[in-house]
Ligand binder design. Structure first.
Ligand SMILES: Cc1cc2nc3c(=O)[nH]c(=O)nc-3n(C[C@H](O)[C@H](O)[C@H](O)COP(=O)(O)OP(=O)(O)OC[C@H]3O[C@@H](n4cnc5c(N)ncnc54)[C@H](O)[C@@H]3O)c2cc1C
Length: 470
């Protein structure tokens, strides 16, 4: 019986886990490992809220492994050194892991881990746990190819959840790394959702049974979206549930409900699709973690107003809807899509700040932050990646209130300075002589200034291509 290290990363589950299924199939002695790498812990886009959620997922994984007779071993250090050293320490014949291409750093470091293992005669075997293709030419990300691939892979049978696992040798020491302080991170001041595999499955069922019927109608209204979207983002990010499981449950539920609910489920599934398509695009174009897809936009004389950036980050722009959204994000680690989009266009178009800074703040604060979705969405809202019809979709932070927060409850909750202000006066208090922060910029003027700068660059590019289809 050979020893196989099962290296967990962003796949913190036991169900539908290809690397685990392979190790079980060969009846290996499995040693589950998780490595906290300082590169990711100290990354400027890392926030304590998300790490706290990840710690919760690890705790749940630890318990689930324990129930099946196994044990999670945690280590702290440079993964390219820790994994090969651990493999030697436990006399492993192989290390198995699922591919994670969220960051170029991970892809490069995984390559180094594999090389070192192989040099030491230890097998390094990787598995694809997501419905993604190996990075290659356009056939790996254009919609014509990616759509059928996505449906085909997600329709395949899931790997079964084990009912028992081999024990881990008592001599192997698990480093006690359970809290943010253990990892040298500042305390978390956000509301962190319940973590773990069971919670992910419960959220999915709750969504399918109780929320899905309201899904599409709720998306543009702040308070409704908060109630009726699935909240699966952090779980998909850390892999406490596989996309295949979600997809197959959505398909099964679609067979049981009326046409209205089926439409809602189709809308939900299309968003799951975009998530994976963004991941595929980033896998193919890893430079877009930092650079604009349409590179000429990186040479735009973006504003460097640190005071504007600080006001945006802290919800002090003078536009109540933007301020409420930013304060909600900072406090809860979550925002509905429409408000993420509004805050992004306010940052990039109204304030003319480069998308990378806004994305960094979102990454620090969102519990569900995922580089692929976040950075492509930021690029899209900054207008630096689209060539499609909605090149610059600029949200109006005053007129938008009527649709996004019609009763004003969201603004009043997050901007207590405006609690007593009427619905009609909430969107633009300065027009009614109400004492609130003065707006940082005039929206109409700022929009015109930004588009005058950005439109000529847009004209340099061909109108559209398959890559930008969203
Ligand atoms: C500027 C900006 C930044 C964003 N950053 C992130 C991010 O870091 N991580 C993230 O998961 N989503 C991000 N989104 C997309 C979207 O806002 C969130 O996925 C959604 O609000 C999360 O809530 P939910 O989990 O209840 O999603 P649901 O609406 O229930 O959708 C289920 C899942 O589908 C995916 N999804 C939903 N909407 C989108 C979308 N428009 N594009 C791609 N995937 C989608 C997510 O994985 C989500 O968890 C961003 C959007 C914008 C405009």
């Amino acid at each position: 019986m050979r020893t196989v290290i099962l290296w967990f990363r962003r796949d913190l589950r036991l169900s539908d886990h290809p690397a685990l299924a392979a190790a079980l199939a060969e009846q290996a002695r499995i040693v589950p490992l998780f490595v906290f790498d300082p590169h990711l812990l100290q990354h400027p886009e890392t926030g304590s809220g998300r790490v706290q959620f990840m710690l919760g997922c690890l705790e749940s994984l630890r318990k689930n492994l324990g129930v099946l007779g196994s044990r999670l071993i945690c280590r702290l250090g440079d993964q390219s050194l820790v994994v090969p050293a651990f493999a030697q320490e436990v006399g492993a014949a192989a290390v198995y892991w699922n591919v994670d291409s969220e960051r170029a750093w991970r892809t490069a470091t995984d390559g180094r881990v594999a090389d070192t293992l192989q040099q030491r005669g230890i097998e390094a075997r990787t598995f694809e746990a997501e419905a993604l293709l190996t990075a290659g030419g356009p056939e790996t990300y254009t919609l014509k190819y990616f759509i059928p691939h996505w449906h085909r892979v997600l329709s395949l049978r899931s790997s079964p959840r084990p009912t028992v696992l081999p024990p881990v040798d008592e001599q192997i020491i698990d480093t006690p790394l359970r809290t943010l302080a253990d990892l040298g991170l500042p305390p978390c001041d956000q509301m962190v959702p319940t973590a773990g595999e069971r919670e992910a499955h419960q959220l999915l069922e709750e969504f399918l049974q109780e929320k899905a019927a309201h899904y599409l109608k709720s998306l543009s209204v702040a308070e409704d979206a908060t109630c009726y979207t699935s909240r699966l983002g952090p779980h998909l990010k850390f892999g406490t549930i596989s996309m295949r499981t979600v997809y197959q449950r959505v398909q099964a539920r679609s067979q049981q409900v009326d046409s209205w609910q089926r439409r809602n489920l189709a809308g939900f599934q299309s968003r799951l699709f975009w998530r994976d398509h963004f991941a595929q695009k980033l896998r193919n174009l890893p430079r877009c973690e930092h650079e604009s897809y349409l590179q000429d936009f990186d040479a735009v004389p973006w504003s460097n107003r640190a005071d504007h950036y600080a006001a945006w980050c802290t919800g002090q722009t003078g536009y109540p809807l933007v301020d409420a959204a930013m304060r909600c994000l900072n406090h809860t680690g979550w925002l509905p899509f429409r408000l993420r989009a509004l805050c992004a266009t306010f940052h990039c178009i109204d304030l003319l700040l480069p998308w990378q800074g806004g994305a960094r703040h979102f990454m620090q604060k969102l519990i569900d932050a995922d580089v692929a979705v976040d950075h492509w969405q930021w690029q899209s809202h900054a207008g630096v990646s689209n060539r499609g019809r909605n090149w610059f979709r600029v949200y109006n932070p005053v007129d938008g209130v009527a649709k996004i927060d019609p009763a004003g409850t969201f603004i009043r909750r997050w901007v207590p300075e405006l609690t007593g202000v009427s619905r009609e006066q909430l969107a633009a208090p300065w027009r009614h002589g109400i004492a609130y922060l003065p707006p940082l910029v005039d929206h109409a003027e700022a929009r015109a200034r930004a588009l005058a700068l950005l439109e000529p660059i847009k004209r340099r590019y061909a109108p559209t291509d398959m890559l930008d289809a969203q």
